[in-house]
Write a protein that binds this ligand. Structure first.
Ligand SMILES: O=C(O)c1ccccc1NCC(=O)[C@H](O)[C@H](O)COP(=O)(O)O
Length: 241
């Protein structure tokens, strides 16, 4: 088995690390200081962190200064997500020192700008494909925004380096990843895919790792880690090739 990258998630709302259910605003469970959570994952052996500004994603504010501070204090690679939709927010996100950013809404609402960002920044840009069925969701997953395979074909043609694929209805529910969705996306692109949402067990991670040969590169894990379904050390061991 080839090894799978693991990206523990730190989703930030109103200055706190939180978990949501299906990405829905108002379902937050708080897990304290984002820096403490991030350092805990780093100390447990993480090589990556998926860091999300939920307020920026929902349009309810910004945790930018906090996320910049967190990113600056970490030695691990950071994938930064949430509300990156124009030149200014992209420049600010990249200025945190993160390894890459994840664009969501912009890929649906500002396709020309995203094509330009991809052309300028290459693999520092990933695109989040957040879906219900095969309908993409934007604006913090609150609005429909196009068909998955149409948008994927367009982004492939524009040279998008990587996709972060989330089944919104699995996210934060501990109901397991949508493996068929991952297979279908991998079949429609030759770019690496990061799986997100729904992981509940080490077996779920092993199932995602079985798709590495099809193009899955990594898995984002949130609720299962915060809910102590397994430790990050156990997870890293389970997916090391
Ligand atoms: O990533 C975003 O931009 C985002 C926007 C709006 C709502 C949620 C968002 N992200 C959530 C995550 O990335 C989750 O932390 C991740 O999918 C982990 O899910 P789980 O393992 O099911 O807790």
């Amino acid at each position: 088995m080839m090894s799978l990258e693991l990206l523990p998630a730190v989703d930030v709302r109103d200055g706190q690390a939180v978990r949501l259910v299906k990405g829905a605003s108002g379902t937050e469970t708080s897990f304290g200081e984002p820096l403490a959570a991030a350092l805990a994952w780093q100390n447990a052996g993480a090589e990556w962190l998926h860091l999300v500004d939920l307020d920026a994603a929902f349009g309810t504010g910004s945790n930018y200064e906090l996320l910049r501070e967190v990113t600056g204090q970490l030695d691990v690679k950071v994938e930064l997500s949430g509300g990156i939709r124009d030149d200014e927010s992209l420049a600010r996100a990249l200025a945190t020192g993160c390894t890459r950013v994840n664009l969501g809404t912009a890929a649906l609402e500002a396709p020309e700008w995203v094509a330009k960002a991809i052309a300028e920044h290459g693999d520092k840009i990933a695109v989040g494909l957040d879906v219900v069925g095969t309908t993409l969701r934007g604006r913090g997953w609150t609005r429909d925004g196009g068909q998955l395979f149409d948008v994927l074909a367009r982004l492939n043609a524009e040279g998008c380096a990587r996709y972060v694929v989330t089944d919104v209805n699995r996210d934060g529910t501990l109901t397991g990843p949508n493996l068929q969705l991952l297979r279908d996306v991998c079949a429609a692109t030759d770019r690496p895919v990061v799986a997100s949402g729904g992981v509940s067990s080490l077996d779920d991670l092993r199932a995602i790792a079985s798709l590495v040969g099809e193009g899955v590169e990594g898995a984002i894990v949130g609720k299962a880690l915060y809910g102590q379904k397994f430790t990050l050390e156990e997870a890293l061991e389970a997916v090391s090739g």
